[in-house]
Design a protein around this ligand. Structure first.
Ligand SMILES: Cc1ncc(COP(=O)(O)O)c(C=O)c1O
Length: 381
């Protein structure tokens, strides 16, 4: 039996061996507290500083503008809650899009329960927010815009520079969730108008439970965790040194091998897409044809149930569905719904995402397995 082909890199990535090597000293020998002034604190302190510099290089900002967090969810919570708490004297209106990750949408719903007013921007059929529409929704008391950089389900990349320019013009905080884009496309936190950017380690070959948040220099927000003064007083708690070293190495590799890795993901994704489209009549690709992450293929087989396809291929391919099906009811993902896909198409949607460790042979095996499964389900066997 050949190993199951992993095509779920947007869910999480395997650990890069170089990343594991970078963490190891802080799990084995270098146990010191980075805040200790004696000799045991030295190596951990240096490691945290070096990692911050590597993350800042990938995010194109200054090291002092980066804080370490427990991942994408915490970074999103920190940015959004921090921004509204410090901006609440100026207004109560906040704006996001309908296709955000739950770690943004659920924060917005929580804030609505606290008395904030939220606007959820619609998207086009390719999943993009319109900067003009965004501008038309701005009110005198709007204090925050949060629009993701790239979508986790369909890979659509937002016109983030134009959105940040609108935020800058109106003097509004702007946050972007770059958990899916970091390491796949350029992430320039320093672009004009952007106040906060979130990234997550486990989407870029570091372990789960580590992430970072860019906070533009000069922005004061309420600390996310109150306590001692770590992370410039913004996020108290003794640093998770091994994980921080891991994220630093992951960012260094992402930058160093950017062209090779993004080229590889794209080649393999395109090979998979072409093979499926050539072999399966009626298959349709979702997302933006040009503004799309290089590794993401969201593809629909109208009339079929994605979970049945996944069940059929589970001993050969690991991927995700674009909708969750429970016996005879289908709950279509909020992203596909916002893009206007009907249930027939949304219900038969697979998310196939490639990464650094995939090979051409794996892609060919996966395409053959998907084709066989779809044919068998279409013919009712
Ligand atoms: C776009 C996006 N934002 C945020 C997150 C959450 O990141 P984490 O799992 O590190 O909390 C994810 C993870 O699925 C994601 O895809």
């Amino acid at each position: 039996m050949q190993p199951v082909v992993y095509l779920d890199y947007n869910a999480t990535t395997p650990h890069d061996p170089e990343v594991l090597d970078a963490m190891r000293p802080f799990l084995e020998t270098e146990f010191g507290n980075p805040s200790s002034s004696h000799q045991y604190g030295e190596a951990p302190r240096r490691a945290v500083a070096a990692a911050r510099a590597r993350v800042a290089e990938l995010m194109e900002c200054a090291p002092e503008e980066v804080i370490f967090t427990s991942g994408g969810t915490e970074s999103n919570n920190h940015a959004i809650k921090g921004a509204v708490m410090s901006g609440s004297s100026r207004g109560k209106h906040i704006i996001t899009s309908q296709v955000e990750h739950p770690s943004v949408l659920e924060v917005f719903r929580f804030l609505e329960r606290q008395g904030f007013e939220a606007t959820y921007l619609p998207v086009t059929e390719t999943g993009r927010v319109s900067p003009d529409r965004l501008e038309s929704e701005i009110l005198p008391d709007t204090i925050l815009i949060s629009v993701m950089h790239a979508n986790n389900e369909v890979g659509t990349v937002q016109p983030i520079e134009s959105i940040a320019a609108v935020a800058e013009k109106h003097g509004i905080f702007m946050h972007t969730d770059a958990a899916q884009s970091a390491g796949k496309i350029r992430t320039n936190a320093g672009m004009p108008g952007l106040s906060f950017m979130s990234i997550a380690g486990h989407k870029m070959y570091a372990p789960k439970g580590i992430g970072a948040l860019y906070i533009r220099g000069g922005i004061e927000t309420e600390p996310f965790c109150h306590g001692a003064g770590q992370e410039g007083g913004r996020r108290a708690g003794t640093e998770n040194v091994a994980m921080i070293a891991a994220l630093g190495k992951a960012c260094e590799i992402a930058r160093r091998d950017f062209d090779e890795n993004s080229g590889r993901m794209r080649r393999l994704r395109d090979r998979l897409e072409s093979a499926i489209l050539a072999d399966i009549a009626g298959a349709v690709v979702n997302g933006h044809p040009a503004h799309r992450l290089p590794n993401t293929l969201s593809i629909s087989f109208p009339g079929l149930a994605a979970n049945q396809i996944l069940e059929n291929i589970q001993d050969r391919v690991a991927a995700s569905a674009g909708a969750a099906c429970h016996s005879d009811t289908v709950s279509v993902s909020h992203v596909l719904r916002a893009m206007g896909l009907d249930e027939n198409r949304a219900g038969g949607t697979l998310r196939l995402t490639t990464g650094r460790m995939n090979t051409e042979a794996e892609i060919d095996r996966a395409a053959a397995a998907i084709k066989a499964a779809v044919e068998s389900l279409q013919s009712g066997h």
